[in-house]
Design a protein around this ligand. Structure first.
Ligand code: HEM
Length: 402
């Protein structure tokens, strides 16, 4: 028995100490309580890789329809609409996912490569001109939302305002879990913006995803306007902050593991390995929730119908049953097919290709330009959330290659 395990095991996803370093708690959960029960907060938690993966696949018994966050009010009173088909079960979920997939194709994502590169170089070169910059404010907090705007066809003149609204939607003050009024107002403004844009595209089609969604058809069925707007909003919630935090976590862990990252700096071809190891070692979407649709027997206990069940993605990615030496940050592992970072089963992340493409391009360009860098860890600010893991501020000083 380890020293730590003499302490009572308490897993509280709201605890700031847990946010600082969740991995010792995850390890104890996997070892001591693979099905953990928190009576005060009213949830079960599955922490082993095999259980998390099985949980994602078991969409008939583990429902998404009551939301996929521990906090019922995570995005305000209209959360179910905002979360779109992420928070639906089949067959409603599958109908919408198939329609959206007609427009959001791998081809459309691949075609974005050139524009993502241009945006990356624009923000990166501006940031690198300074002696010190904030990787989140100057780069990682800008690129993902601009890429989503690019995809949907938002004019460049409006993008800064949409970034501001998207930031407000997800922003939470320290210690405040209720949705702030400013976040609700920003949600309404974003929805209003997308509704106007949709009306314009209905009158005049363009080459963008918004137009493609208007024309998407499966067996004579089409998306309603509200459904398209809901999906646009879902991308802002599911695809923006997660990618920003992934980019932040990559630089953070790179600076903590200098010998590892030294193999990438000056060698951009190795950058995708840096992205992949960050996704495994400290992923940005740590916890998703389900609701039991029926009684489920697991690990000698019974989860009752209606109970909340958390799938601990961050823990699954550190399971020694699957990953050798899991607590070591090692660039170049062959783990892409095993990580739980993008979920699994019918709700597998629709934007996984896009997230990887964006992050690969960003870190390739960083690696091509930077000989060495340091992070001012004392001035880093961590986001406190029951789901998203990452930094709100990440001051960086770089030594340029030339
Ligand atoms: C679903 C993670 C980027 C769009 C998911 C899920 C996870 C996830 C874990 C499954 C949720 C569940 O089963 O309840 C991530 C991470 C990202 C990322 C870690 C970045 C590092 C993106 C991007 C987009 C996107 C860039 C699109 C622009 C979606 C959508 C779903 C989803 C639409 C819902 C799929 C469904 O319900 O069928 N994502 N995501 N994600 N993600 Fe991502």
């Amino acid at each position: 028995m380890t020293q730590a395990s003499l302490e009572p095991l308490l897993f509280d996803p709201y605890d700031y100490g847990f946010h600082e370093d969740p991995y010792p708690i995850y390890r104890r959960l996997r070892e001591e309580a693979p099905l953990y029960r928190n009576d005060d907060l009213g949830f079960w938690a599955l922490s082993r890789h095999a259980d998390v993966v099985a949980g994602f696949r078991d969409h008939t018994r583990l429902s998404s329809a009551n939301g996929v966050s521990l906090d019922p009010a995570a995005y305000g009173p209209h959360a179910h609409k905002v979360m779109s088909f992420l928070a639906m079960d089949d067959p409603r979920h599958m109908r919408m996912r198939r329609l959206v997939s007609k427009g959001f194709t791998p081809r459309r994502v691949a075609d974005l490569r050139g524009r993502i590169l241009e945006l990356t170089l624009h923000y990166l070169d501006t940031a690198l001109d300074k002696d010190e910059f904030d990787w989140i404010a100057d780069f990682a907090g800008k690129l993902p939302m601009d890429v989503i705007s690019e995809l949907m066809g938002v004019p460049e003149a409006d993008r800064a305002e949409l970034r501001r609204l998207a930031d407000l939607v997800v922003h939470r003050e320290r210690g405040v879990l209720d949705v702030p009024v400013a976040a609700m107002e920003a949600s309404l403004n974003l929805v209003g913006y997308y509704a106007d844009m949709l009306a314009q595209r209905r009158a005049h089609r363009s080459e963008d995803l918004t137009s493609a969604l208007l024309d998407a058809e499966v067996d004579g069925d089409r998306l309603e306007d509200d459904e398209i707007i809901g999906f646009m909003f879902l991308m802002v919630v599911a695809g923006n902050e997660t990618t920003t935090k992934l980019l932040g976590n990559a630089l953070y862990w790179g600076a903590k593991n200098k010998t590892e990252v030294a193999r990438v700096l000056g060698n951009p071809d190795a950058a995708p390995g840096w992205v992949e190891e960050t996704l495994r070692y400290d992923t940005s979407s740590q916890i998703v929730a389900r609701t039991a649709a029926t009684d489920i027997d697991v690990h000698d206990s019974t989860i009752r119908a209606g109970d909340k069940v958390l799938l601990l993605i961050g823990s699954a990615n550190r399971d020694a049953e699957v990953f050798e030496d899991p607590d070591t940050f090692r660039i170049g592992r062959d783990s892409a097919s095993k990580i739980a970072s993008f979920g699994g089963g019918v709700h597998f992340c629709l934007g996984a290709h896009l997230a990887r493409l964006e992050a690969n391009i960003a870190l390739e360009q960083f690696a091509a330009r930077v000989a060495d860098y340091d992070v001012d860890f004392d001035r880093c600010e961590r986001v406190h959330s029951t789901n998203v893991r990452g930094l709100a501020a990440l001051p960086v000083v770089v030594t340029r290659r030339h």
